[in-house]
Design a protein around this ligand. Structure first.
Ligand SMILES: [Zn+2]
Length: 499
């Protein structure tokens, strides 16, 4: 909590010790601290006039927390990563009854406490994406200058989003009479369509010839049979780089009329996933995208690879698109090395796991996942699962996600690895007073422990369960207790779960 002069953090989130906690815990803590510190400017130094602009406080704090961790770790990928925020925000925003990020009945502070996790995704994540769209529309340097001017102008005062937009547009182009350069509408006109109405657009892309496509918008309806006629329209910036000058450009889709757009040789629209929307291509374009991914997946940027998976599986959920298209997009995944596309893929695969388990398709599904996850597991296993991963990229997170899924789908080399590591721990930590959190006897790296315990208990003996249960009873460290408990829950001995 960002109280001025007294930042407070939950004890559970505030604890970290090298070697005893997974590295992700450290990054989460860094992110929380950076988030609360950024509120000293956005929220405390300049305070919103009313709760309807809470999105500005939380949107900026969410963005700056990513910059903060990148700064501390000397990386850039967190701020460049749009996939996670978009996945969470879109999934929440596509539910019926969702609120706009500004205004609406939840602007009343009494009702703010009623916000659900879906609504929190809107206030935090959708807001941060919208703010980044503004940054790209007026360009980063202008955006920074504008923010400095805004903070200085409203120091120790209250402000609303109109105050911010006015300052940004003035710094962007003071001669344009409040309009965006070269346009007959203002930043407020654009932003009103994103902050004052809920949900988001689906942009259809249909090939005309070569790189020339038609694009048009409609409101995204996740459950088509519940859809009602609506007139929602967004002023959509389609960001692209000029193929000759490499300068940042914006193509505006401002109404429901189809527009002709030149993709300039790109396989996807908005390749860096800068705009808050889902995209649907025609079947021929999906086929080209699938082939391009199989040939060399890097021709499509990381954020867009994640978006392709998210959009196609999301549309397939209620029959708007064939699952065949979605699964075809994933055929290249055994070569994927980036965390976000794998995280998005895994989220959908996790959805299918309990629904497929034990059914006639299970073995085929298991085989499909083994082809993708198994191959990736073999690569990490060959490097050594204890190896330090370069924190300059997100390989450690990729390894985490791959090892977990490989063991969950009973991929034999993963089960074997888990069993060997677990039996080693049983031998080395057999003393009555030895804790599994003690690094002297337990050499399994922390990130790997929950997966090893789970797989070992799932495929092991009653004695394996009893050993772990005894260690859980005496363990002091909460993180280790959670890992052990996670493992105990995997037992196939029904009577053990009553202990
Ligand atoms: Zn906050």
């Amino acid at each position: 909590m960002e109280n001025w002069g007294l930042i407070t953090i939950r004890q559970r989130d505030g604890l970290y010790k090298d070697g005893l906690f997974p590295i992700i815990q450290k990054h989460n803590l860094q992110e929380i601290i950076a988030h609360e510190v950024s509120h000293q400017w956005f929220g405390n130094l300049v305070t919103m006039k009313w709760w309807s602009d809470l999105w500005l406080n939380e949107g900026f704090a969410t963005l700056i927390s990513l910059k903060g961790v990148d700064f501390l770790e000397n990386t850039t990928w967190r701020y460049d990563d749009r996939a996670e925020s978009q996945c969470f925000a879109l999934r929440s925003d596509q539910t019926n009854g969702m609120i706009p990020i500004s205004g609406g009945e939840y602007s009343n502070p009494g009702r703010y406490t009623e916000l659900t996790s879906h609504m929190n995704h809107i206030i935090y994540k959708k807001s941060s994406i919208i703010i980044r769209m503004i940054e790209r529309i007026i360009e980063e340097d202008t955006f920074k200058k504008g923010l400095r001017r805004f903070l200085n102008s409203f120091l120790y005062k209250n402000a609303d989003h109109e105050d911010l937009f006015n300052v940004l547009v003035y710094v962007h182009d003071s001669s344009a009479g409040g309009h965006l350069s070269g346009q007959n509408f203002s930043l407020s006109d654009v932003m009103d369509t994103w902050i004052r109405q809920p949900h988001f657009p689906l942009v259809h892309v249909n090939r005309k010839e070569g790189s020339i496509v038609t694009i048009r918008q409609e409101k995204y309806e996740h459950v088509p049979y519940l859809a009602r006629a609506n007139e929602q329209v967004w002023k959509i910036p389609i960001f692209y780089d000029d193929p000759v000058s490499a300068k940042h450009k914006v193509f505006w889709l401002t109404d429901k009329q189809p527009q002709v757009f030149d993709m300039a040789g790109q396989y996807v629209v908005d390749p860096h996933q800068l705009t808050y929307m889902r995209i649907r291509y025609d079947i021929e374009m999906y086929s080209d995208i699938t082939m391009a991914l199989l040939h060399d997946y890097r021709v499509i940027p990381t954020n867009s690879r994640s978006r392709l998976i998210d959009d196609t599986f999301s549309m397939a959920e209620h029959g708007q698109m064939s699952y065949k298209v979605a699964f075809n997009v994933t055929m290249y995944m055994s070569k994927e090395t980036e965390y976000r596309p794998l995280q998005t893929f895994s989220a959908y695969m996790d959805y299918f796991l309990p629904r497929m388990y034990g059914l006639e398709f299970w073995s085929e599904y298991q085989e499909y996942l083994s082809l993708i996850i198994g191959k990736l597991f073999d690569q990490f296993n060959a490097q050594g699962l204890d190896a330090d991963m370069d924190i300059q990229n997100d390989l450690f997170s990729t390894r985490d996600i791959v090892v977990l899924r490989a063991c969950i789908i009973d991929y034999e080399p993963c089960i074997q690895m888990a069993n060997e590591r677990f039996q080693e721990v049983r031998r080395n930590c057999s003393g009555k007073s030895q804790l599994l959190s003690g690094s002297d006897c337990n050499k399994i790296p922390y990130y790997l422990r929950p997966y090893v315990y789970s797989a070992a208990v799932k495929h092991g003996t009653e004695a394996d369960f009893d050993f772990l249960f005894e260690k859980w009873n005496m363990e002091h460290y909460m993180m280790e207790r959670d890992s052990i408990f996670n493992g105990l829950c995997s037992t196939r001995f029904r009577e053990k779960s009553d202990l």
